[in-house]
Design a protein around this ligand. Structure first.
Ligand code: TRP
Ligand code: SF4
Length: 327
């Protein structure tokens, strides 16, 4: 079976964007691939040094993976920092990675732009972010990596590093991993922008139904609708974008009623919130199981790290040999 690697960064609680974009896609592919879903806690450190909540976010992300339907019998769920081999491989890959390659990545350039004029500098760890990511992937000889578009440059760089490694040491060890561009439903945040913690527009996976209702009621709608009878434009409405995903059943009716000015946004939001909560019900049920069985989660993560570590060590043996380190 081909292998698949997929990571999330625990820089906060995971939100609906993670569930729809990453978690569900990995769950769906569990039977086709040998999957390695993991929590990239070292990657979280690259730009989040406020670590008070890091362990909490990490274990909660594991709960989210499991609640999304990751089956520990099929997939290997683990925490990045528990498999130290990732770090050794990253170190070795860093030797074959020219600095300009990492300086060119959009995420690094964005960070530079963000820090300009603040007298702060990105860390060496941040610069090396894609090298660590490459190690995460190729240490399992993964062939596919389900990611969003923003990660494509990192995947491209990963393949370049692989090619360079092979050319330098004259041995092919790794497949060149391909991005699996998932048809991520375009799930905006409550304000219509991309869902992101830094915008404060997230619906979190641990938000209880009451909180979801509240956030939905605050969502932006079609700004052209002032009165209930004003004709609406569902295509520009965030609430409608959610109806599309979570309320297919009522979609045609809502579209029509909105365009005709026959439904108020308040009612429309109420219906969407209920549909969303209903759609999340199986997830929430599993979530409440796992949050009350955190010891079991910890055990699974320990076993996952052992299983992952075994494969990682085998790969590293080949790598050390290819590099001709004294053994
Ligand atoms: N960079 C990824 C993100 O921000 C997280 C990540 C780290 C990852 N290592 C990975 C994703 C390896 C896929 C494979 O979403
Ligand atoms: Fe959006 Fe619904 Fe209001 Fe139409 S009625 S603008 S779809 S919230």
């Amino acid at each position: 079976m081909k292998r698949l690697v997929s990571g999330v960064r625990p820089t906060g609680y995971l939100h609906l964007g993670h569930l729809e974009g990453v978690l569900k896609n990995c769950v769906k592919l569990q039977d086709e691939y040998e999957c390695f879903p993991f929590i990239a806690d070292w990657h979280a450190l690259t730009d989040h040094l406020d670590t008070e909540m890091l362990a909490e976010y990490t274990v909660q992300a594991a709960v989210d993976w499991l609640s999304a339907g990751i089956d520990p019998q099929k997939s290997t769920l683990f925490v990045q920092s528990h498999v130290k081999e990732h770090a050794e491989l990253m170190l070795l890959l860093s030797m074959v990675t020219p600095v300009p390659w990492v300086e060119r990545t959009p995420s690094y350039k964005d960070m530079l732009a963000k820090l300009e004029g603040t007298r702060q500098n990105p860390s060496l760890g941040f610069l090396a972010y894609p090298v660590l990511q490459a190690a995460d992937i190729i240490i399992y000889k993964a062939e596919v990596v389900p990611v969003g578009e923003d990660q494509l440059p990192h995947l491209e760089l990963c393949r370049e590093i692989v090619r360079r490694f092979h050319a330098l040491f004259g041995r092919k060890i790794f497949p060149e991993p391909q991005a699996l561009l998932t048809e991520t439903p375009n799930l905006p945040g409550t304000d219509g922008r991309k869902m992101s913690k830094s915008y404060g527009n997230c619906i979190y996976l641990n938000d209880p139904p009451e909180e979801i209702r509240k956030k939905v009621m605050e969502m932006v709608t079609d700004p052209a609708r002032i009165r209930r009878t004003d004709p609406g434009h569902p295509e520009v409405c965030t609430v409608y974008a959610y109806h599309r995903i979570y309320n297919e059943k009522e979609l045609p009716e809502i579209e029509e009623a909105c365009r005709a000015g026959r439904i108020g946004c308040v009612e429309c939001k109420r219906r969407m919130a209920e549909a969303l909560i209903e759609a999340l019900r199986p997830f929430h049920e599993r979530r409440s199981y796992w949050t009350s069985h955190l010891d079991e989660v910890r055990d699974l993560l320990r076993e996952g790290a052992e299983k992952a570590g075994k494969i990682a060590r085998e790969t590293l043996e080949e790598v050390r040999e290819a590099i001709r380190l004294f053994r």
